[in-house]
Design a protein around this ligand. Structure first.
Ligand SMILES: Cc1cc2nc3c(=O)[nH]c(=O)nc-3n(C[C@H](O)[C@H](O)[C@H](O)COP(=O)(O)OP(=O)(O)OC[C@H]3O[C@@H](n4cnc5c(N)ncnc54)[C@H](O)[C@@H]3O)c2cc1C
Length: 396
C-alpha cells in the first residue's frame, strides 16, 4: 500500500507552528535523562509543597500528552483528531488510588467516558486499567493463590472484594455493549496479571458472542505471551466466543527484570529487543491470519511492525478499513505514524488520557521516562519536527 511515515506535512497538519515549536522544545528536554530524572523527582515534591507549577505543566507535558482535564476539554481534542481521520481511545488517566470508594468513583468515570464516547463518531474504545478499580494487594494475592486458580479461595474477605471488582467490570461492559463501545483491558505487571487475564477471558466469553466488545492486552516482551495468545484463541474457539487482542510490547521492562533478580526467579522478559520484536510481529501476523475469530488492535510506535502488518493485510487482501484491524499510538507520540496511516484510510487512533492535572502527573512522568528510555524513536520525532518546521519556514 506504499505506506511511508516520512511525510511531515501529513504528520503535523493538526499542529499550529507555535505548538510545533513547543513540541520540539519539550521533546529535546525530555530526551535528556538528567533533566527527566530531576523533573520526575522534583515535580511531585513541588506539588506537595503547594508551589504553583500547574501552569507550567499545563502548557508543556500536559498539553503534549493529555487530552484535557475534563471530558468536555478532551472532546475538543478528539474532534480535532477526527477532522484528520484519526480515531480516539479514551482513557481516564488518573492513577490508581486504594479504597473501595475510589474504585467506585473510577468505575463511574469510566462509565461516563463510555456514555460520552457513544455520542462521538470517532471514539470507538475506552481503556480500563484494573488497578484503577481493584486493590493492588488483592490482585497480588490472587495472582499467587493456587486454590483460586481452581475456582476455590479460602479468604472470605478477598472473595468478596474480588466479587465487587467483577461487578464493577460487568457494569462497565454492560454499558459498553449497549452503547457499542469497545473496552480495552490494559496489561500490567506479571505479579498481578493472572487475575486480570482470567477476568478478561470470563468477560470475553460473556460479551464477545457476536462482536468483540472486550479486548485483553498481550505484552510481547514477555517470553510466554505469544503462546498465551495462541492458547487464548484456542479457548475462544472452543468456548464459542470472539477474541479481542490488543498487542503491545510492554511498559514495565526495567521493573520486571529488577524484581526477578531481587527475588531470584527467571526473568519473564525476553533476553533482548530482537526477541521481543520477533514475537510481536509473529503475534500480530497470527491475529491477521485468524481475523475471522480475532479482532486486533496493534498498539505500537514501531514503524517496522506497523509496516509488516499493513503488508500482511495487503498480501491477504484485507481491506485497509477492515473493522477488525485497528492501529494505535499514544497522544503526543508517533504522529508521523498515526496521521500518515489515517491518510491511507487505515483505522488508526490516538490513546487519549484525560483527568485533573494533579492526578495525571504519574502518567506524565511515565511518558517522560519512556521517551528517554526509547531514545532512538524520540530522536526520530525530533528530526521530523525540525523537518516540518523547516518546510513551513521555506513556504513563507
Ligand atoms: C495505545 C497503546 C496502549 C498501550 N497499552 C499498554 C498496556 O496496556 N500495557 C503495557 O504494558 N504497555 C502498554 N503500552 C506501552 C507499550 O507496551 C510500549 O511500552 C510502548 O508502546 C513502546 O513500544 P513500541 O512497540 O511502541 O516501540 P519500540 O520502541 O519498538 O519498543 C520499545 C519496547 O520494546 C521492549 N524492549 C526494549 N528493549 C528491550 C530489551 N532489551 N529486551 C526486551 N525487550 C525490550 C520494551 O517493551 C520497550 O517498551 C501501550 C502503548 C500504546 C501505544
Amino acid at each position: 500500500m506504499n505506506l511511508s511515515f516520512d511525510n511531515t506535512q501529513n504528520a503535523f497538519a493538526y499542529k499550529s507552528t507555535p505548538d510545533l515549536k513547543k513540541a520540539k522544545f519539550l521533546i529535546s528536554v525530555i530526551q535528556n535523562p538528567i533533566m527527566v530524572a530531576l523533573a520526575t523527582k522534583a515535580t511531585p515534591l513541588l506539588m506537595k509543597m503547594g508551589l504553583p507549577i500547574n501552569g507550567i505543566l499545563r502548557n508543556t507535558v500536559f498539553k503534549q500528552f493529555v487530552g484535557g482535564e475534563t471530558l468536555e476539554e478532551s472532546a475538543r481534542t478528539a474532534k480535532l483528531l477526527g477532522s484528520y481521520g484519526v480515531q480516539v481511545i479514551l482513557d481516564y488517566g488518573v492513577e490508581a488510588k486504594e479504597g473501595e470508594s475510589n474504585f467506585d468513583e473510577v468505575t463511574a468515570h469510566i462509565i461516563e467516558a463510555i456514555d460520552f464516547a457513544a455520542t462521538q463518531n470517532n471514539i470507538p474504545f475506552v481503556s480500563v486499567k484494573l488497578t484503577g478499580i481493584a486493590s493492588h494487594v488483592l490482585l497480588e494475592n490472587l495472582n499467587e493463590a493456587p486454590r483460586l486458580r481452581s475456582g476455590i479461595h479460602d479468604s472470605e474477605s478477598e472473595n468478596a472484594a474480588w466479587q465487587r471488582v467483577r461487578e464493577r467490570m460487568y457494569a462497565i461492559c454492560d454499558v459498553a455493549q449497549e452503547k457499542g463501545v469497545g473496552i480495552l483491558l490494559d496489561a500490567e505487571e506479571t505479579w498481578i496479571q493472572d487475575p486480570i487475564d482470567r477476568l478478561a477471558i470470563e468477560l470475553m466469553k460473556e460479551y464477545n458472542q457476536e462482536k468483540v466488545v472486550v479486548y485483553n492486552t498481550y505484552q510481547l516482551y514477555r517470553n510466554d505471551r505469544y503462546h498465551f495468545l495462541q492458547l487464548s484463541h484456542k479457548l475462544a474457539k472452543e468456548g464459542g466466543f470472539l477474541l479481542g487482542a490488543k498487542l503491545v510490547r510492554g511498559a514495565y521492562m526495567e521493573k520486571e527484570r529488577a524484581r526477578a533478580i531481587q527475588m531470584g526467579y527467571p526473568s519473564p522478559i525476553h533476553i533482548n529487543k530482537e526477541a521481543t520484536d520477533a514475537d510481536f510481529d509473529a503475534a500480530a501476523k497470527f491475529c491477521i491470519d485468524n481475523l475471522g475469530s480475532i479482532s486486533l488492535l496493534l498498539a505500537s510506535h514501531n514503524e517496522a511492525s506497523n509496516i509488516v502488518i499493513t503488508n500482511e493485510m495487503e498480501k491477504l487482501g484485507i481491506a485497509k478499513n477492515d473493522a477488525h484491524v485497528h492501529f494505535s499510538q499514544l497522544y503526543g507520540m508517533g504522529d508521523h505514524i498515526t496521521f500518515n496511516m489515517a491518510v491511507h484510510g487505515l483505522n488508526v487512533s490516538k490513546y487519549l488520557p484525560f483527568g485533573p492535572i494533579n492526578e495525571v502527573i504519574p502518567y506524565l512522568m511515565r511518558r517522560a521516562e519512556e521517551n528517554t528510555s526509547v531514545n532512538g524513536q524520540t530522536n526520530k520525532e525530533l528530526v521530523l519536527l525540525k523537518k516540518e518546521l523547516a518546510r513551513r519556514n521555506s513556504k513563507k
